[in-house]
Structures are given as structure tokens and as C-alpha cells.
Design a protein around this ligand. Structure first.
Ligand code: AHR
Length: 631
């Protein structure tokens, strides 16, 4: 039986308690959330023809039957390459783009095609562009008459006659001659909020439904880069999309078991768009910046202390970009990009998942510079990759000495670890830094094993653990599952919260656990006990209770990790409720059960029950998370 005490514990739940961790891993940005459908649209990859084919060109020598393409490079520009196309044979030269594992098209949808073209010589009079299905049959075609001299912008709209998961874009040329082409781009018009060149609607909707308290971006290891030169530099991700310098993705060929050599960052989803997304989601923006340390799992390259200034300046300038008035240098750029009002950023992260003395030394410099100029900004520091161990202990000890504000902890571990660690934060020092459980996920087979599944055992174990996060909301201020998104044919890491292909997406059981906690987070923690003790796995039950000051609801979350159902008696003391109880149950027939594109059997089921005065008898099914809401 559980005793529920109506008097508050005094522990407030932060609005940032449950948030989202976004990283461009698993095609999360390019090929995913960023709705661009053309891969390598401006020929910037190291292999500039990645994603492109010339099906009627037999060799790459000029001695051909149809035509050929060469790459012209102007190193003075951020977008340095463009294609020079020599057409030798009227209507026979073909240039084809494969998209990101194909191009997803919805029947009757509208798709904006944009490209830049310069007519160089000869008499190419038109280009004909088609979207073709897997058999090469056109499902929508447009043509453009070549105009004027110099670079010109062209646009057209496709309306596909059928839905295709893996279409291709084909360009043919009428006449013979030479043209230059660049920024060949295709977007659905039906994006999130209908923004042209925007984000994929179904994916943002799933993020929105989580009601996240914050949006952490842009990662993850991607912040750090494999080398310092390949670190994420936010200043290169703002301004016009076509002027953003592309960069190889840190997860390009990330793991030997999942080779994705075609993984680059166009930065079409750049820092302005991240701030805008956070605003759309009603989430606090939480950018994480490089602290001058390349990924310690790769080169571990370090910037010398005397060369750290530009990195620190990037942080200061970012705060001005987000929060400065439009008469400041960086605030003006934000305003020109369409957001005159500041984004009101409150948090910034220094380094992603760094550890050791090198990190602490660099963190100190950032902290001093940021807080002497912007004392109200809260700084997130890191404790390295492991929940325990030497580096982790060292980081925490040093960060405590420095009065760090919020320390980021990352843990990927077995489901059993999550079940056993629901009391992890019970013993944390209440006077020390607050915790950001910034990356966590139960791993069904082993950490970063490709066989890992988003199965019910993992999700249920996370739910058990999350009761401990919530009970300790006086220490734990922010939490996020990781990674967030994965393309079914372009991933490097499992498990992930949301899976998608070119047409659709599905929510994992882990997603529904996150959603139920976040949508029912409440505003203050109430005491709920079993035999006077917090409910942390006794009899395989875990529980937390909160009050929501806005809705006036009392919300209990109970997790039963046992194979049998439990009859739980809840004794509410000092509390009065009306007579309605909402019971939400999330469970699955087996621990190995999963959701999929075809079927989402694991979803919350809601029922309204009548509430009797006094104690409540409640059936908590085997292997379930149950949310009880009373008013
Ligand atoms: O979430 C995947 C990776 O795990 C992140 O990039 C990194 O921070 C952690 O090691």
C-alpha cells in the first residue's frame, strides 16, 4: 500500500524538467527534420558528386555521347563548388539526384523546386525536370526556359501523381552547350508552420506533443567534432542557407557497423532555426558550444589555452545573437533573419561530454567570461560520458569547488541498471550544483550495439528510473532521452526516441514514457511512501506524486516492473478530491514488444473512473506505467 501525503515536500519541479536533446546523428537534421529532399544540393561534399548520377554518361571523359559534368571551385566562398554541365547531345544528357535514401513524395502534395543556373555558352534553351518513381516513370514534371546571362534563380512547383518513398529527381537539357548549376533544392510546401525551406511537419509535431521544457542543440559529439577544425561553429550556420559552408558530419562513417559515408551537414537547420524551433515548441533554447576540445573518443585534439579566446568569444557572441537588441552586431543579424525580438535565452552549455583537468581548465575561462558579462545566464558544464568512475568523480569534485550551476550527466546502460538506480539522486548533495541528466537511454543488448531495440523493457525501466528523477526535482533540474531521431536507413546509433523514413514516422514506447512524464510533470513534488520509505523498487513498484498548481490536479505515477499485476491501496492523507479519476496505462504484452512503422501497439490508454472517498484500490497491471490524475 502507498501513503500519499497531501502536504508538499517543498520541492518545486522546474519547467525545464523534461526536455529534448537534438543532435544531427542518424540523419536527424539533413535527411530528417530539415525537410530538404536533395542530398548534396550544392556539390559541397568531399566527393562533390555524392548523391548525383549521370546515367547516360558512360565515362567521365569529355569524349562522350551525351554530356558531362565538372566541378568548378571558388575557394573564396563558403559555398565553394558548383557544377559545370556540358551537354553534347540534345535531350540525352541526364543528371539525377537520389535524395536521402530516396526522395519521399506524397500524392497531390506541392513541392518547391529551386535552383541557380548560369548560361555559359551554346544554345541550351530549357531544362526539363522530373520526379520519377522506382521504375523511372515520371510522377511530376516541370520545365524552365533558360533566361538572361549571369547566374539566375529558377523555381517551379511539382505535384506528384502518386506517393513514393524512394523517388529520384532527373534533369534533362534541351539543346547543346554549357551551363553552370548550383543549389538544386526541393522542399515540400507542407512543412511545420508552412515555412518555405522549413522543417518536416510530422516530426516537429511529435516533438511539440512532448511539451518539452527545453531544446538542447546541436548535440552531442557533433558539437566537439572529430577534430577542432570539424567542430560545430554556430556562426557558419546563420545567414542565407545557400551561403552556409557545408561540413562533414561527425557521424559520417560513425561506426563500422553502419557506414554512412554520405553524411554531411548543410546547416540549413542552423542556429537561427534551432532558436525558432525552441520558441515554436514553447521550450527554453539550450545551445551547447565547443570548449576547445575535439571529441575525446576521436582525436581528443585540444586548443592551447592561449588560443582559447575565439571559442569564448563565440559563446559571448551567441548570447548577443540570441538576446541582444537589434542595434547590437549579432542581434542585428538575428533581426535581419526575421526575428527582431530577442529569443530570451537563459542557458548555455560549455563543452558536450568532456572530462578531466583539460576540461576544468577551459570551463573556468568560459565561466568567468560569460558570468562577468552575463551574470543571469545559467551555465551547463559536463561530467564526461559515464555515470560513475574516476573521470566522473573528478569532474564533479572540481565543478563543486567551482560552484558550477548545472552539471550534465550522460548514461547509456542496461535496463537493469535503470531499475536499480531509481534512488541515484536521493543522496546527492542538496547544496551542490544541480543536475542535467542530459543523455540517457536503456540499451537492450549493450551500449551502442546495433542490435539494440526500443523495446518495452527498456522503456519501462526508464520509467522506473524517471520516478527517481522526479522525486529529486530539487537537484535534478533538466532531463532528456538521447538520441532523439533516427532514419530507418541512415542510423548510426540505437535505440532512439522517434524513428522515421522518407514518408512517415513512429513513436517508440520510450517516447510515450517521456510524453507521459512530461505532459504530467506538475509543479511540486508530494510525498508518496511505502512503509514510510520512498517507493524505489520495493516489491518491484516505483512511484512518485506531484501537484499541479495550474490545473489543481494531484498526479501519481506508478511503475510496476513485476510480471504480475498488483493491487495497490493508496491512502491519501489531508487531501480532498472530486469524484473523477483519470487513469492512463502504458503497457505491452511482452517486455520484448516494440512499435514499428506498421503498428504502434504500445500507446497510452486513458479511462475515466469514479473516485470514492477515502482510500483507493488500484490495479496496476504487470509491466506497466500507470498515471492517476485526481482533482
Ligand atoms: O547520443 C549519442 C552520443 O552519445 C552523443 O553524441 C554523445 O554526447 C554521447 O556520447
Amino acid at each position: 500500500s502507498l501513503d500519499l501525503n497531501g502536504s508538499s515536500t517543498g520541492i518545486k519541479i522546474q519547467p525545464t524538467m523534461y526536455g529534448i536533446f537534438f543532435e544531427d546523428i542518424n540523419f536527424a537534421a539533413d535527411g530528417g527534420l530539415y525537410a530538404e529532399l536533395i542530398k548534396n544540393r550544392s556539390f559541397e561534399f568531399d566527393e562533390p558528386l555524392t548523391g548525383w548520377k549521370q546515367p547516360n554518361t558512360k565515362t567521365l571523359s569529355p569524349n562522350l555521347d551525351s554530356g558531362f559534368l565538372t566541378i568548378i571551385t571558388d575557394k573564396s566562398k563558403p559555398n565553394k563548388n558548383y557544377a559545370r554541365i556540358t551537354v553534347l547531345n540534345d535531350k540525352n544528357y541526364l543528371l539525377e539526384n537520389e535524395g536521402f535514401r530516396g526522395i519521399g513524395l506524397h500524392q497531390g502534395g506541392k513541392y518547391d523546386l529551386n535552383f541557380n543556373l548560369e548560361n555559359v555558352s551554346g544554345n541550351i534553351s530549357a531544362v526539363n525536370i522530373s520526379l520519377v518513381d522506382e521504375n523511372g516513370t515520371a510522377v511530376s514534371s516541370v520545365s524552365a526556359i533558360i533566361k538572361g546571362s549571369g547566374w539566375q534563380k529558377y523555381n517551379a512547383v511539382f505535384t506528384p501523381s502518386k506517393t513514393i518513398e524512394k523517388a529520384k529527381l532527373q534533369i534533362t537539357f534541351t539543346g547543346k552547350g554549357v551551363v553552370n548549376m548550383d543549389m538544386i533544392s526541393l522542399f515540400p510546401q507542407d512543412t511545420w508552420k508552412g515555412r518555405r525551406g522549413g522543417l518536416r511537419k510530422d516530426l516537429v509535431q511529435k516533438l511539440y506533443d512532448l511539451q518539452p521544457g527545453f531544446l538542447r542543440f546541436p548535440g552531442g559529439c557533433i558539437v566537439e567534432g572529430r577534430t577542432l577544425a570539424e567542430r560545430y561553429q554556430w556562426k557558419k550556420t546563420i545567414g542565407k542557407a545557400e551561403d552556409r559552408e557545408n561540413l562533414i558530419n561527425k557521424w559520417n562513417n560513425g561506426f563500422a557497423h553502419r557506414l554512412t559515408p554520405d553524411y554531411w551537414q548543410s546547416f540549413g537547420l542552423g542556429f537561427f532555426e534551432y532558436f525558432q524551433l525552441a520558441e515554436d515548441l514553447g521550450a527554453e533554447p539550450l545551445p551547447i558550444l565547443s570548449c576547445g576540445m575535439a571529441c575525446q573518443f576521436n582525436t581528443a585534439e585540444l586548443v592551447k589555452m592561449e588560443d582559447l579566446d575565439p571559442y569564448v568569444q563565440d559563446a559571448l557572441d551567441l548570447i548577443e545573437f540570441a538576446n541582444g537588441n537589434s542595434d547590437t552586431k549579432w542581434g542585428k543579424i538575428r533581426a535581419e533573419m526575421g526575428h527582431p525580438q530577442p529569443f530570451n535565452m537563459k542557458f548555455i552549455g560549455v563543452g558536450n561530454e568532456q572530462w578531466g583537468a583539460d576540461y576544468i581548465e577551459r570551463y573556468k575561462v568560459f565561466e568567468k567570461a560569460i558570468h562577468s558579462r552575463y551574470p543571469a545566464i545559467k551555465i551547463i558544464s559536463g561530467s564526461g560520458p559515464s555515470p560513475d568512475g574516476e573521470f566522473f568523480d573528478y569532474g564533479w569534485k572540481e565543478l563543486k569547488k567551482l560552484n558550477a550551476q548545472i552539471v550534465d550527466e550522460h548514461y547509456y546502460n542496461s535496463p537493469e541498471w535503470f531499475r536499480k538506480n531509481s534512488a541515484r539522486y536521493d543522496a546527492y548533495d542538496r547544496s551542490g550544483p544541480k543536475v542535467f541528466a542530459g543523455e540517457y537511454a536503456a540499451q537492450s543488448v549493450g551500449v551502442v550495439k546495433p542490435e539494440n531495440k526500443n523495446n518495452w523493457e527498456c522503456a519501462l525501466s526508464e520509467a522506473a528510473f524517471m520516478t527517481g528523477l522526479e522525486r529529486n526535482a530539487d537537484v535534478v533540474y533538466m532531463t532528456s532521452y538521447a538520441p532523439l531521431l533516427a532514419h530507418a536507413e541512415g542510423w548510426q546509433w540505437t535505440p532512439d526516441l522517434i524513428w522515421f523514413n522518407n514518408l512517415t514516422s513512429y513513436a517508440t514506447p520510450n517516447y510515450y514514457v517521456q510524453k507521459l512524464f512530461s505532459n504530467n510533470k506538475g509543479t511540486e513534488v508530494l510525498k508518496i511512501t511505502a512503509n514510510g520509505k520512498p517507493v524505489t523498487g520495493q516489491d518491484q513498484l516505483y512511484a512518485t506524486a506531484v501537484k499541479d498548481a495550474t490545473t489543481q490536479e494531484t498526479i501519481i505515477k506508478i511503475v510496476n516492473t513485476d510480471a504480475g499485476s498488483k493491487s495497490v491501496t493508496i491512502h491519501p492523507a489531508n487531501m480532498k478530491f472530486g469524484n473523477t479519476l483519470t487513469k492512463i496505462t502504458l503497457t505491452a504484452p511482452q517486455l520484448s514488444a516494440e512499435n514499428s512503422f506498421e503498428n504502434e501497439p504500445i500507446q497510452p490508454k486513458e479511462e475515466t473512473l469514479s473516485l470514492k472517498k477515502g482510500k483507493m484500490m488500484m490495479e496496476i497491471p504487470a509491466h506497466s506505467l500507470v498515471i492517476l490524475k485526481m482533482k
